[in-house]
Design a protein around this ligand. Structure first.
Ligand code: PEP
Length: 250
């Protein structure tokens, strides 16, 4: 982590939760935030955004969404627009998560447009990039992550200084296999260099790591100079584990 960038720890609940469980988990997280100074967000399923807005009100917790429509409004059944998210106090929206790319056919261009919609609504897109195991083993990691980020840079121009990038190696998501701190730092440095070539403000863009980050491995990952926080799936569903990660980011 660099002292010039405020760390961000964002939980991604994926399709988990329920009214009662959300309250218990969120209240436990909020009550443990006092000792930390980093940004903390929870990206929750859309039906729970109103509940999360109420639970986060007056606390340091920020509300996040897991996706946003590439369209502004209109006949797009099932989609949720950036302006609608904003109505519920959403500050961050994940775009291009590998599960969306894999199961919903999201292309680099769609992900770039989603980032654009979020930015236009004053929401920070958490832009996910990452290689599959086959791509890593074929030596294609650099090519893949740079191609994914290039699309977002191309579409968003100077606005990219307002994004957060999440490096999430697909082989590490939900598998218990974590990139080593050195592997993660190597890719983060590549992404930082790409951002620097595109924006004079690249030094302030946060690049967070995601992929089986947990209470035991967070401190080592977060100690790397270009790792500015974490996007946390499984471990964000356990208050104690999530808070350990938050505290490792201070
Ligand atoms: C994620 O879904 O973004 C993620 C990183 O999941 P996990 O922490 O469970 O690997």
């Amino acid at each position: 982590m660099s002292s010039s960038r405020q760390a961000l720890i964002a939980g991604n609940w994926k399709m988990n939760g329920g009214l009662a469980a959300n309250r218990t988990l969120t209240e436990a997280i909020v009550s443990g935030l006092n000792g930390s100074s980093c940004d903390v967000a929870l990206c929750v399923p859309s039906p729970y955004l109103a509940q999360m807005q109420a639970l986060a009100n007056g606390t340091r917790l920020q509300v996040g969404a897991q996706d946003v429509s590439p369209h502004a409004s209109g006949a797009f059944t099932g989609e949720v627009s950036a302006d609608m998210l904003r109505d519920f106090g959403v500050r961050f929206a994940i775009v291009g998560h590998s599960e969306r790319r894999q199961y919903h056919g999201e292309t680099d261009a769609v992900v770039a447009t989603k980032a654009q919609r979020a930015l236009a609504a004053g929401i920070t897109p958490l832009v996910c990039v990452g290689e599959t195991l086959a791509e890593r083993e074929a030596g294609d990691t650099e090519h893949v992550v740079k191609r994914q980020l290039a699309a977002v840079i191309h579409t968003n121009g100077h606005c990219i200084s307002e994004i957060v990038v999440a490096y999430e190696p697909v082989w590490a998501i939900g598998t218990g296999k974590t990139a080593t701190p050195e592997q993660a730092q190597q890719v983060h440095a590549l992404l930082r260099a790409q951002l620097k070539a595109a924006s004079p403000h690249a030094d302030r863009i946060r690049i967070v790591y995601g992929g089986s980050m947990n209470a035991a491995n967070a401190a080592q990952l977060l100690a790397q100079p270009d790792i500015d926080g974490g996007l946390i799936g499984g471990a964000s569903l356990k208050a104690a584990d999530f808070l350990t990660i938050v505290n490792a980011a201070v």
